[in-house]
Design a protein around this ligand. Structure first.
Ligand code: GDP
Ligand code: IMO
Ligand code: MG
Length: 428
């Protein structure tokens, strides 16, 4: 039987997952998103056009694969409808290639309002959420109050919706926030009709059947390991398990059916929203990373905080996920740097450690080594070209520190700007 390969982010999100899923899709028959929702913004670029996906898996532009939105995902029908309209406008017909789990939970307009009200109430200690209603929707899921896609096919849907809405309206009143308007609700119900255009499936059955049939499947993660609800920098995290285990629960795949785990990381670090970030830069180097890397959120447009690569955090994420191969993204962003720093350890209360502390606060002081920059434009490199020696050293240093091979070096946003190193990436 085949296994499910998993692709996920190892930092604080926006590592470039969307690009690599699109690049790898020709090797797979099914691409399945396993968690998160419209807080994600996955960008792909080809033929001069940039596409940003939020709910829909990033294999959607390739004709060979079916794309599944798994049970672990939360769906806002309004955003979903917008994504479908954008694809319709490009004449990308996804009616046969996009399937949605009946067990995926729905984001109601009141979930979005509650997200905003909760953030406003937190004041300075706000999470910096994307305000897409993610936290409140997962809270209703674990609180056993949620509304699922499959409920839409039953005659109890409106009743369940109203029950949940009323609960939310009371909570909003307690926050002193406005309740939902009739217009918002009308738009939401109208958008549900778009969702109904697609095949609503028991995705765990579908995926396991295709595994038995020996078909290659890739699970696509959202956010990053350091935003994981259990292992991220809590409470500045998202509300789902972004790590590899999330692919098991978010798709119904047994742990012994997980194959290769492809860990995506940037050659440096970024974070959007609040929370600790040990290697964050507040100097010219940070500005330069942000400017050259165009580090503005794909979902919210917010400026991303930038810093050097953090090896203790990367090693932690590799451990939790069982990463079998690494893909290094945005390597070209470092092209003009004379020197590049890498954090190899933390100083916590005067002690050196390469372990993640319980609380990643400002008491964590990063310890750096400095490496020579390659001062070469990488963006035009093709597969087979020699990499500058300083970049080879950067790669070897990371591979040795983590014990995991780097199978892809990404040198630009386009599909074509992807350099494959000598490692296999589909489970045999
Ligand atoms: P995701 O959420 O992990 O899919 O990542 P995002 O799409 O939010 O952010 C990654 C950004 O970097 C997008 O704008 C991509 O187009 C861009 N990108 C991806 N890979 C590269 C690369 O190797 N070099 C450069 N310069 N940009 C890249
Ligand atoms: P992709 O899939 C980067 C961050 C938010 C905030 C925290 C909680 O594109 O990598 P939420 O809306 O989930 O309650 O926000 O998580 N965040 C992301 N940061 N990339 C993402 O997704 C993110 N999704 C959520 O900025 O700090
Ligand atoms: Mg993103």
């Amino acid at each position: 039987m085949k296994k499910v390969d998993v692709l996920l982010g190892l930092q604080w999100g926006d590592e470039g997952k969307g690009k690599i899923v699109d690049v790898l899709t020709p090797k797979y028959n099914v691409i399945a998103r396993f968690q998160g929702g419209p807080n994600a913004g996955h960008t792909l670029e080809f033929e001069g056009i940039k596409h940003v996906l939020h709910t829909i898996p990033s294999g959607i532009f390739r004709k060979n694969a079916v794309n599944v939105v798994g049970n672990g995902v939360v769906i806002d029908p309004i955003i979903f409808k917008r994504e479908i309209s954008a694809l319709d406008n490009l004449n990308v017909d996804v009616s046969a290639t996009l399937k949605i789990s009946k067990k995926a939970h729905l984001i109601l307009p009141t979930h979005r309002l509650l997200d905003a009200a909760s953030e406003a109430a937190k004041g300075n200690s706000k999470i910096g959420s994307t305000l897409k209603g993610i936290g409140p929707t997962y809270m209703d899921k674990t609180g056993r109050n949620g509304l699922r896609v499959g409920d839409f096919l039953t005659d109890k849907f409106k009743e369940k919706y109203n029950f949940l809405k009323e609960k939310h309206q009371q909570m909003l009143a307690q926050f002193g926030a406005e309740g939902v308007s009739a217009e918002m609700e009308a738009e939401w119900f109208e958008s549900m009709e778009t969702l109904k255009r697609f095949e609503l499936i028991d995705s765990e059955q579908y995926i396991n059947k295709r595994l038995v049939d020996g078909e290659p499947i890739l699970a696509e993660g959202a956010q990053g390991s350091l935003l994981d609800i259990d292992f991220g920098s809590y409470p500045f995290v998202t509300s789902s398990n972004t790590v590899c285990a999330g692919a098991c629960t978010g798709l119904g795949v047994a742990p012994n059916r997980i194959g290769n785990v492809i860990g995506i990381f940037k050659a440096y670090c970024t974070r959007v929203g609040s929370g600790p970030f040990p290697t964050e830069l507040f100097d010219d180097a940070g500005e330069k990373l942000c400017d050259i890397g165009h580090e503005y959120g794909s979902t919210t447009g917010r400026r991303r905080r930038c810093g050097w690569l953090d090896l203790p955090a990367l090693k932690y994420a590799i451990m939790i996920n069982g990463v079998t191969e690494l893909n290094m993204m945005k390597t070209d962003v470092l092209d003009t740097f004379d020197t590049i720093k890498v954090c190899t350890a933390y100083k916590v209360n005067g002690e050196l450690t390469d372990q993640m502390p319980f609380d990643l606060t400002e008491t964590v002081e990063p310890v750096y080594i400095e490496m020579k920059g390659w001062k070469t434009d990488l963006t035009g490199l093709a597969n087979g070209d020699n990499l500058p020696i300083e970049l080879q050293e950067y790669i070897s240093f990371i591979e040795e520190a983590t014990g995991v091979p780097i199978s892809v070096v990404s040198v630009g946003p386009d599909r074509e700007q992807t350099l494959f190193q000598d490692v296999t990436s589909v489970t045999a």
